[in-house]
Design a protein around this ligand. Structure first.
Ligand SMILES: [Mg+2]
Length: 309
């Protein structure tokens, strides 16, 4: 009964004061809170440092991609209530004739059958790498251009408003955003341009490219669960080598899945900073697994960039 009243009130507000209602959207109020936490930690670290100089530091934030920055999944698409909202790049790549295993005309059904068996009977550690692997032999530039077009035409409309707000605010304040995704690297790289970030900041499951063509050879680590921690630490180590004498500090981690993102997010929030605290933001993550109780800020997001989506 209580819920019905709230819904009626919300509806009345939505009808009477559309502008005010949108502006006061309660569920997305966390973006400002997250931004001020992170900028607060950054300031505390600089204030605490000798000479209070910001150029002694490189500040970083790490993001999952699918269902964290993008509503839905760039490889798998987005379905709501059995209705396709948008299609994923895996299907589009097969239909474009980029898989030698699954032909463009009849391969799609067979692909999904195989994929479900790999994922459910064995696990993501074998099914995720299989996505770029089954494109072996295709030209990297063809797959890249398919992905770039799909981001430009469709996917960029489904970036979460709050994630983009946070990401842009961090970037503007000198905090580098990096993405570690379990989708194919060649797909997530195509998000660089619409997000206005360098392509090098995007890391997905990667296969070796030889003579311009994808191979089935995996470039480890597979960026899923513990593999995301490994990737994160190797990125931090590489940035340290590029900036000798500076301290590299990870201020924040963002994800949507305890299974896939929990490990790297926990790694980030359990580091000790010279001042302030790191934050892990779990987006639409549901009930936490036992080992992740009370360590992340849990938020809900649904609004996407394009109006009317
Ligand atoms: Mg995700």
């Amino acid at each position: 009964m209580k819920m019905k009243w709230r819904m009626a009130l919300a509806l009345a507000l939505a009808i009477c004061m559309p502008a005010l209602y949108q502006g006061a959207s309660a569920e997305e109020a966390h973006a400002d809170q997250v931004i001020s936490h992170i900028l607060g930690a950054k300031s505390a670290i600089i204030d605490n440092a000798e000479g209070a100089a910001s150029d002694q530091f490189v500040f970083l934030a790490f993001w999952d991609f699918d269902d964290t920055i993008l509503k839905g999944d760039c490889a798998g698409g987005l379905r709501i209530d059995d209705k396709t909202v948008y299609r994923g790049l895996t299907e589009l790549a097969i239909e474009s004739g980029y898989s030698q295993i699954y032909d463009r005309d009849e391969g799609l059904a067979r692909f999904w059958k195989d994929y479900v068996v790999l994922e459910e009977n064995i696990g993501p550690w074998i099914s995720y790498p299989f996505l770029p692997q089954m494109l072996r032999g295709s030209k990297a530039k063809d797959v890249s251009s398919l992905a770039r077009n799909h981001f430009e035409d469709v996917l960029q409309n489904y970036f979460f408003k709050s994630s983009i707000k946070i990401l842009n605010a961090l970037e503007k304040n000198g905090i580098q955003n990096h993405v570690i995704s379990a989708s194919p690297d060649i797909f997530v790289d195509a998000a660089a341009s619409p997000l206005g970030l360098p392509k090098e900041r995007f890391n997905g499951v990667e296969v070796k490219i030889e003579d311009g063509r994808l191979t089935e050879e995996i470039v480890y680590p597979v960026t899923w669960a513990k593999g995301k921690v490994e990737k994160l630490t190797s990125i931090v180590a590489a940035i340290k080598r590029q900036h000798p004498g500076k301290q590299v500090i990870v201020l924040a981690a963002f994800g949507n899945s305890y299974g896939s993102d929990g490990p790297f997010m926990k790694y980030v929030v359990t580091r000790r900073l010279p001042a302030g605290k790191p934050i892990g933001v779990m987006i639409n993550g549901g009930a936490p697994l036992e080992s992740y109780q009370n360590i992340f800020l849990k938020v809900e997001q649904s609004e996407v960039l394009s109006s009317g989506q």
